[in-house]
Write a protein that binds this ligand. Structure first.
Ligand SMILES: *Cc1c(COP(=O)(O)O)cnc(C)c1O
Length: 393
């Protein structure tokens, strides 16, 4: 049996994104014990780096061992108990998973449904708060990766705070890619993922809880249903409160090296510079896409720079487009999910995959492949349009 040698792809789908060689190199360093004093120093750095990325002073800030879905579940199982009522805003695939989480915690879910491709409707949130007594939490997705729509997290959190309602925010795709202010917006529980705009290997999920959320966890009526995700146990490992750190589960040591390196790189670049880079590359891609005659799914004011949903023109075989991009150019882009299957192509410009080279490769590859799949596009105009944004002088 030979070793497994994956091809070198260019990852421009909904995640994972390209991993910077510095991050891959960090992951290949020697494994040490997860209670080694040297490793404990990395854990402390990691918490500070995550506080920087989340813009928070929250003490309870650390990476959960597992993909974004584990971060999601960590937030729900710790804060939601049987008998609670939780408002879930759904405008894509991931809001649907939040509803699943609420129900599996034995709580009642009040679902606010919005059209896929739009942000959460603030008026509906207001109404749901007014119509339901004793709402414990509101949960929503900041950046819906399944559609490419951004919701107004600040406005939703403000409504929740006015009523003393907790907020649970999915920032898997937003962290590092668009402005996100955990403390300034008053977010109580937030989770992200390592493989989207942080451009690390999949399998880690940064989480953070406010002091208020921490209080709610401490005052629970019953034990958290999940032993693995119970924050009160996990913290015995991630925090040395007065005593020694103790074993909870074996931390994914090399994965954490990688996340550490990707956060160091984010800090070197500067968070605001990262947001600006994501925006600029998105505007360049958009210029090229629109010059070809294609359209975006999401209205301009709610578009995510890091996830671009392009409408598939009638009669075009979108599966063939993706197949040829992968086979001919080693370029991966995403298909539509759920209600949008077959209707959109999803182009990710996340983290290390948000560069002028990625935009240029993607536009030129699309221009060569789309006509084979039956699309009538304008040729020869996409790259100059993108270049005018990327290199205006
Ligand atoms: C990718 C993603 C998730 C799930 O993350 P996994 O690492 O696949 O478990 C959750 N929410 C959003 C918005 C995502 O984009």
């Amino acid at each position: 049996m030979p070793s497994f040698n994956p091809p070198i792809r260019v990852l421009m789908g909904p995640g994972p994104s390209d991993i910077h060689p510095r991050v891959l190199a960090a992951m290949a360093r020697p494994c040490i014990g997860h209670l080694d004093p040297v490793f404990q120093a990395l854990m402390e750095d990691m918490k500070d780096l995550l506080r920087y990325a989340f813009r928070t002073k929250n003490r309870l800030t650390m990476p959960a061992s597992g993909p974004g879905s584990v971060g999601m579940e960590t937030c729900f199982v710790n804060l939601v108990e049987p008998g609670d009522t939780v408002i879930v805003c759904q405008n894509g695939v991931f809001g649907g998973r939040m509803k699943e989480n609420v129900e599996r915690c034995g709580a009642t879910c009040v679902l606010i449904a919005d059209e896929w491709g739009k942000g959460v409707d603030i008026a509906k949130v207001k109404k749901a708060i007014a119509d339901n007594a004793k709402v414990k939490a509101i949960a929503f997705v900041h950046a819906e990766t399944s559609t490419g729509a951004r919701s107004d997290a600040e406005a939703i959190c403000k409504l929740a705070q006015e009523k003393g309602i907790l907020t649970i925010v999915d920032a898997v795709t937003s962290l590092g890619g668009i402005p996100l202010e955990v403390d300034a917006w008053g977010i109580d529980a937030i989770y992200s993922g390592s493989q989207k705009c942080l451009s690390c290997a999949p399998g880690l999920s940064p989480v953070s809880f406010s002091a208020r959320a921490e209080q709610v966890i401490k005052q629970r009526n019953r034990k958290v249903q999940s032993w693995f995700m119970d924050m009160s146990l996990v913290m015995n490992y991630w925090e040395a409160q007065g005593g020694a750190r103790t074993y909870h589960h074996t931390a994914p040591v090399n994965g954490l090296y990688g996340l550490h390196e990707s956060l160091v790189m984010l800090k070197e670049e500067g968070l605001e510079n990262s947001w600006a880079r994501h925006k600029k590359n998105h505007l360049a891609l958009r210029a090229g896409i629109e010059a070809m005659g294609l359209e975006f799914l999401v209205a301009e004011n709610e578009r995510l720079p890091q996830l671009n949903s392009i409408k598939v023109p009638a009669g075009v075989d979108e599966a063939l487009v993706r197949k040829r991009l992968l086979a001919d150019y080693n370029l991966e882009i995403g298909a539509g999910l759920g209600a949008l299957a077959g209707k959109v192509l999803r182009i990710g410009l996340m983290g290390a995959s948000s560069t002028p080279n990625h935009v240029t490769l993607c536009l030129s590859a699309l221009e060569s492949v789309l006509p084979m799949a039956g699309a009538k596009i304008k040729a020869g105009v996409a790259l100059p349009a993108a270049r005018a944004v990327l290199f205006p002088n």
